[in-house]
Design a protein around this ligand. Structure first.
Ligand code: ZN
Length: 343
């Protein structure tokens, strides 16, 4: 009986020694067969009680050796499997191209706003900001647009129904008023920001858009300073070859007022659809700060003068990148936005 078991163990040893698992399933099958709770090792130990006492020591030694062999083989199969797996992973990593990190793109409005601001920062303008929900005083009255002033009709305004004195600001001029009320003179600021008008949305108009306004107040500021500042800006923004012209205009908060045109970027002044065959496109409004506006904000209009200008960022962006429809800026179409990657 005992010799039969020993013979059996010798066969198992041979089987274990020649066993070569092909995959993890084979290894698991091996574990269940030899080391499982109903496996061969367990059942051989159960045979111990049928071994005569004088042979138990010999039998026990052989059985223990067999158990160790079965276990050590199992451990080596496991290590091989782990090594195989990690070798696979390493070769996978090395053969594949690196996972690309997509950085995205700046929105064209942000690109142009940043550019405009940096041009003015170089000549000493600093950024000023204000609230997008404004009171009547800062958005209209202080800017020479009293309640009955017809100029209010030039801007279709969103009013806040819960508070009759509040509006969504229709221009960033309100930031100029706040700066004049609060800052020490001289003032040299640039005010970029979002503004709101109750307009029908179309290719050329939207209910919100972005402006950059500038304000310079000091002693002896003249219209020549205004023109030179805007000449400098236009050349920096659009290049040395650009031509500009001023046309007389009207704004309630400046006197005299002008609108500034640049030579058409598309046709170079020859005439095309964009410039309506005039060779010129309007890009901003400007003028000398109205004396009453200075007085409204507590500045002595006999001692100080100033100039202000304002432009729509959308308009400049459309000209610069030849975008025909204003609505594309807020549609979030990635095909549109991807074209600005790397700029
Ligand atoms: Zn043109």
């Amino acid at each position: 009986m005992t010799d039969g078991i020993l013979k059996q163990i010798a066969q198992y040893r041979a089987e274990i020694s020649s066993f070569q698992p092909a995959d993890a399933a084979d290894v698991e099958e091996y574990r269940i067969k030899f080391l499982g709770s109903k496996g061969i090792v367990k059942s051989l130990f159960a045979e111990m009680k049928s071994v005569p006492p004088e042979r138990r020591k010999e039998f026990g030694l052989i059985l223990n050796e067999f158990k160790q062999l079965a276990e050590s083989r199992y451990l080596s199969f496991q290590e091989l499997a782990v090594a195989d797996k990690s070798a696979e992973q390493v070769s996978e990593d090395l053969s594949l191209p690196a996972e690309p990190h997509r950085l995205g793109a700046r929105h064209p409005i942000s690109l142009v706003r940043k550019r405009i601001v940096s041009v003015f920062e170089r000549i000493g303008f600093s950024i000023a900001e204000g609230p997008e929900i404004e009171d009547d005083w800062h958005n209209f009255s202080a800017l020479n647009m009293t309640a009955d002033h017809p100029a209010r009709d030039m801007q279709d305004t969103f009013y806040i129904s819960q508070h009759p004195d509040w509006v969504l600001r229709t221009h960033t001029s309100s930031v100029q008023v706040r700066a004049m009320e609060q800052q020490a003179l001289p003032i040299r600021i640039i005010c970029p920001g979002r503004v709101y008008r109750n307009e029908t949305i179309s290719a050329r108009a939207h209910c919100f858009f972005h402006q950059v306004e500038g304000l310079y107040i000091d002693k002896d500021v003249s219209f020549a300073d205004l023109k030179q500042t805007l000449y400098y800006f236009t050349r920096e923004m659009f290049g040395e070859d650009i031509r500009i012209r001023f046309r007389p205009s009207y704004f309630p908060f400046t006197e005299p007022s002008a609108e500034m045109d640049i030579s058409c970027l598309i046709c170079g002044g020859e005439g095309c659809n964009v410039c309506k065959h005039t060779g010129w496109v309007e890009i901003l409004g400007c003028g000398m700060t109205h004396p009453r506006l200075l007085e409204n904000c507590g500045i002595d209009s006999h001692a100080y003068t100033g100039f202000a200008f304002g432009m729509g960022i959308e308009r400049i962006t459309m000209l610069k990148y030849q975008i025909r429809d204003l609505r594309m800026f807020s549609e979030n179409d990635v095909r549109f936005l991807q074209q600005f990657e790397g700029l």
